[in-house]
Write a protein that binds this ligand. Structure first.
Ligand SMILES: [Zn+2]
Length: 300
C-alpha cells in the first residue's frame, strides 16, 4: 500500500510516520495539513498530491509546531510558494524552531538535544489562525482548539473529516513509551473531553491509522488512562521521596518507561513536571526549595 490514502474526492492522507492531510479546495489547488519530519516528507507530499491529479499545494495548515509536523514546511514553501497558517503560539514556534529544544531542556540545550526530531528548519507563517473557521473557495474548514500536547495545538475539520493532530497517540505508541508527551496536563485533559464530543465520520490523528468515531473515542480513553497512570505514579513517588529528580526517576520506573538519552528523558519528564504543576494548581501538593533541590509535599 502506497502512502496515498484518499478518504473521498476532496480529502486524502499521505500516510507516514506522521500523517499529512490533503484537502482539495478547488480545481488544481490543494492544502496540506502539516508536512512531516523533513524535506523528504515534504517532497513526498508534493509528489503524491501531483500524482493524484490534485494539483498544486497552495497552503499548509499547521496543527502544532513539533518538528515531526513542521519539518517539511520550509521545503514545501520553497518549492511551491505556498502560504502557511498556524495558531498564534505555534506560529511563533514555527518561525523560531530553536525554541522547541530550549523549552524541552528548560534553558539553552546541549547540541545532542538539537536533533531533527526536536529542531525543525524555520518556516515563514503567513496567516495567524485566530478564528473558528477558515474559508477557501467554496470550502469552510473548522478550527478546533486542542491545546495541551503543545501550548496552542489546533485541529481542523472539513467535509465530515477531522484532523485532531496529537491530542491522541496510537495505542502502540502509548504502550511502548508509557508516557505521552504533554506540555500542559490540565489543558490537555480539557482537550481530550472536547475531542470526545467531536462528531465526524473519520478522524485522521497525527500518527497512526484513520479512525471512525468509535475507534477515536476508544483511543481517547486509552490516552486518558495513560495520563491517569502517570498521575498515580507521581503521587506514589511523593509518598516515598520529596525531591523532584527522585520523583521523576521513581515515576518513570513505576510506569516502565526507560528513556535512553537526554531528549527522550526530557520528553517524558515534561509530562511528569506537568502533572506536578497540575497537582500544585489543584492544591494537592506544594513545591519548595530545600538545600538547592526542588521538593514537593502533600498539602494536608
Ligand atoms: Zn506533537
Amino acid at each position: 500500500m502506497g502512502p496515498w490514502y484518499p478518504i473521498d474526492d476532496r480529502i486524502a492522507v499521505v500516510r507516514g510516520s506522521v500523517n499529512i492531510g490533503v484537502i482539495r479546495i478547488a480545481d488544481g489547488q490543494s492544502l496540506l495539513v502539516d508536512t512531516g519530519l523533513d524535506r523528504d516528507s515534504g517532497r513526498r507530499a508534493i509528489r503524491e498530491v501531483t500524482d493524484a491529479g490534485w494539483g498544486t499545494v497552495v497552503g499548509i495548515l499547521t496543527t502544532h509546531a513539533h518538528a515531526d509536523h513542521i519539518g517539511g514546511h520550509a521545503m514545501v514553501v520553497g518549492r511551491t510558494g505556498c502560504e502557511v497558517w498556524a495558531s498564534p503560539v505555534e506560529a511563533a514556534l514555527t518561525r523560531n524552531p530553536e525554541l522547541a529544544p530550549a523549552i524541552l531542556y528548560g534553558g539553552d540545550p546541549p547540541a545532542t538535544m538539537r536533533g531533527k526530531f526536536v529542531l525543525a528548519a524555520a518556516s515563514p507563517v503567513h496567516h495567524i489562525v485566530s478564528t473558528d473557521t477558515l474559508t477557501f473557495a467554496d470550502l469552510t474548514i473548522g478550527v478546533i482548539r486542542l491545546p495541551g500536547h503543545s501550548p496552542d495545538q489546533i485541529g481542523y475539520a472539513v467535509g465530515g473529516v477531522c484532523f485532531p493532530a496529537d491530542v491522541v497517540f496510537p495505542a502502540e505508541t502509548i504502550d511502548k513509551y508509557r508516557i505521552p508527551y504533554l506540555f500542559s496536563v490540565a489543558t490537555h485533559r480539557a482537550s481530550l473531553e472536547r475531542a470526545r464530543a467531536l462528531d465526524f465520520r473519520a478522524f485522521v490523528p497525527g500518527h497512526g491509522p484513520v479512525l471512525d468515531r468509535e475507534a477515536f473515542v476508544a483511543l481517547i480513553d486509552h490516552n486518558a488512562a495513560a495520563l491517569d497512570a502517570v498521575e498515580r505514579a507521581v503521587l506514589s513517588a511523593i509518598a516515598v521521596t520529596r525531591f523532584a529528580d527522585e520523583i521523576e526517576a521513581t515515576a518513570l520506573r513505576s510506569v516502565g518507561a526507560q528513556p535512553a538519552d537526554l531528549a527522550a528523558h526530557a520528553l517524558l519528564t515534561t509530562t511528569i513536571r506537568g502533572v506536578l504543576s497540575d497537582l500544585s494548581d489543584r492544591g494537592t501538593i506544594l513545591g519548595t526549595v530545600e538545600d538547592g533541590r526542588i521538593a514537593w509535599r502533600m498539602v494536608s
